[in-house]
Design a protein around this ligand. Structure first.
Ligand SMILES: Cc1cc2nc3c(=O)[nH]c(=O)nc-3n(C[C@H](O)[C@H](O)[C@H](O)COP(=O)(O)OP(=O)(O)OC[C@H]3O[C@@H](n4cnc5c(N)ncnc54)[C@H](O)[C@@H]3O)c2cc1C
Ligand code: SF4
Length: 565
């Protein structure tokens, strides 16, 4: 018996999915439900739904004061700490340690990551918005970068498909720039948000709506309804928000067709010059350091934008000396994110007799209103806002250094109403915004490290003026007091919506992927995470990755059934 042939047989599947985050979970679900034996490779540890959410039900007194990570530990999270909200004692286990996973920034780039089964689907903010027809047409209309090879109509049924399973709550508005989803009942706005909504409609003819989020407002698909605890970033024991762990991976598991292998760092994709196809992937076992090979007819790269692009860059051969599928030279270029942290805050009088119920894990959303009917600003594209209003709580008793009855009074009565909002703006694709690999600097698993050279450009900075001033103008028009503006962009990456480094396009000379997310020149490799995005729009992108993943996976399964792949 030839042992090599046997080993190869044992390591051969119909499909391989790399990564278990939002896009990988969807690829795994759709491929396995189509009957394909699928190996799902994840570089991090396993995270079992419910069992592995160790802090999900802890109360504040069971955690260190203010949920702070001890000072000596903070040095391990230098970059992950840049968000200001992600590294807490109750959540630090979801984030990589920067000391283990270094990268180089030619210009500041905030690469915020979690490596475990479920990826960032556990920690995401859950805002879920469709892109609109005008988002898919904008590049072609304005001569920016390259045209998307698909239009809204191509993705529309797949948005519906993923929304029906994931569960998105929200309000239908019929807006052309923000198509409606298949909604669960919306979460309520509070009275101050309602007041802003009415004022904006009256004064500016602009819309404010409740955030469209992947939290369940009623039981759905065997998962429980949200309990309004606002502790989602610790993992939800009720499965009341969409994550791979609670939703797509269990569905894939139920088919009996999924083999999940944690601790499996995919190093590269193997290529066969004769067939012009990929044969499988090379994997470094994160625990033993040993290298393995796995084979399949199709490969889905869903390791997140920067990691999928890194895998392609590391997959060199005589045919592809500069990285798999990189005939265009665009691999690693056109990095986008959303630019944000610009907006306004204010205080509202007149609602002192009103309060709200529970801790809503959501806020409001203001859909894009600039440059909708033609372009009348000195920049292209637009922005939306996310924000919320609330009443100050007992903390102000500490801040205001009260004592005695004054302190008792302060901590037992709600404080004033405040409202804050930040814009999320579209970043244009630009060839000069790029990442590449440094093979001389390797990480502790011997893998090359990433170098970023990405910056916001003139269009983004011009847009930020409107992002700031429009916010203040709307709050003032609603009668708010002490309105203040802020503008602190941070680095690209801080929006945690990195995209674009293996873009889709019509022409193999200028893009990496075609209309079905296949590498133009290696048709059995599909990439459906953010790296495929041809433009960023201003909406939070993950719902689009879900829809693209489901669409591509069903197409790939069909091609296999027809014998074309
Ligand atoms: C705090 C926070 C808030 C967010 N809020 C929102 C929001 O409101 N709305 C929204 O749309 N998006 C939001 N996002 C972004 C969202 O989380 C990402 O867009 C989404 O998770 C990307 O999905 P993905 O599958 O591409 O990558 P990920 O979810 O990051 O998953 C990638 C997986 O691949 C694995 N992997 C990486 N490299 C390898 C390798 N070499 N081999 C094997 N496995 C590998 C990783 O360990 C990981 O599990 C937020 C993100 C964060 C962190
Ligand atoms: S707020 Fe709702 S979705 Fe979030 S963790 Fe609590 S119950 Fe789950």
């Amino acid at each position: 018996m030839n042992l090599n042939i046997k080993a190869r047989e044992e390591n051969t599947y119909d499909a391989i999915v790399v990564g278990t985050g939002i896009s990988g979970g969807w690829s795994a679900k759709e491929l396995t439900e189509n009957g394909l034996e699928t190996l799902v490779l994840e570089r991090g540890r396993d995270v079992k739904h419910i069992d592995d959410y160790p802090t999900a039900t802890l109360d504040p007194w069971e955690l260190p004061p203010n949920d702070q990570v001890p000072y000596e530990e903070r040095k391990h999270y230098e970059k992950q700490l840049r968000t200001g909200y992600t590294i807490r004692e109750s959540t630090k286990h979801w984030w990589i340690r920067d000391t283990d996973q270094p990268y180089e920034e030619r210009k500041r780039f905030d690469w915020i990551r979690g490596y475990h089964v479920g990826g960032r689907s556990i920690m995401w903010g859950r805002h879920s918005y469709r892109l609109s027809p005008m988002d898919f047409e904008a590049n072609a209309r304005e001569g920016i970068a390259v045209d998307w090879p698909i239009r809204y109509e191509d993705l529309e049924p797949w948005y519906s498909h993923v929304e029906k399973f994931a569960g998105i709550c929200g309000e239908a508005l019929g807006l052309p720039q923000l198509p409606d989803s298949e909604f669960l009942p919306p979460m309520e706005l509070n009275c101050v948000e309602e007041a802003l909504r009415e004022s904006m409609a009256e004064t500016f003819d602009r819309v404010l709506t409740t955030g469209r989020v992947a939290n369940l407002t009623r039981s759905h698909q065997g998962r429980g309804s949200c309990m309004y605890r606002n502790l989602c970033s610790r993992g939800c024991p009720y499965g009341a928000y969409f994550s791979s762990n609670a939703s797509t991976l269990p569905a894939a598991e139920r088919t009996g067709n999924m083999t999940l292998r944690p601790h499996s760092i995919v190093n590269s994709v193997m290529y066969d010059e004769e067939t012009g196809k990929a044969t499988g992937v090379r994997v470094v076992d994160a625990e033993s350091g040993e290298m393995y090979e796995y084979y399949a007819r199709i490969i889905f790269l869903n390791a997140s934008t920067v990691n999928s692009t890194s895998i392609l860059m590391n997959s060199t051969s005589d045919r592809f000396p500069d990285g798999m599928g990189n005939d265009s030279g665009e691999l690693g270029h056109n990095m986008m994110d959303h630019h944000f942290r610009v907006g306004a805050n204010g205080e509202m009088d007149g609602f002192e007799d009103r309060y709200y119920y529970g801790r809503r894990p959501n806020g409001f959303y203001i859909p894009r209103f600039r440059n909708i009917n033609g372009n009348d600003r000195d920049y292209l594209r637009g922005f939306g806002y996310q924000g919320s209003a609330s009443r100050e709580g007992w903390h102000r008793g500490v801040r205001e250094l009260a004592i005695g009855s004054e302190l008792k009074n302060l901590v037992s009565t709600p404080g004033k109403w405040t409202l804050g909002m930040t814009a999320f703006g579209e970043m244009l694709p630009d060839h000069s915004n790029r990442m590449w690999l440094n093979h001389d600097e390797t990480d502790k698993w011997g893998q090359p490290t990433v170098v970023f050279d990405v910056e916001f450009k003139e269009n983004e900075y011009k847009m930020r003026e409107d992002m700031k001033n429009d916010a203040a103008e709307m709050l003032e028009a609603a009668g708010m007091k002490n309105v203040s503006t802020y503008d602190d962009a941070g680095g690209p990456g801080l929006g945690i919506h990195e995209m674009g480094t293996a873009r889709m396009g019509r022409d193999p000379q200028t893009s990496v992927l075609g209309e079905w997310n296949q590498i133009h020149t290696v048709p059995n490799v599909f990439i459906t995470d953010g790296s495929c995005m041809t433009s960023a729009a201003c909406q939070n992108p993950s719902l689009t990755y879900m829809a693209l993943s489901a669409r591509a996976a069903n197409y790939a399964a069909e091609q296999i059934k027809k014998g074309d792949l």
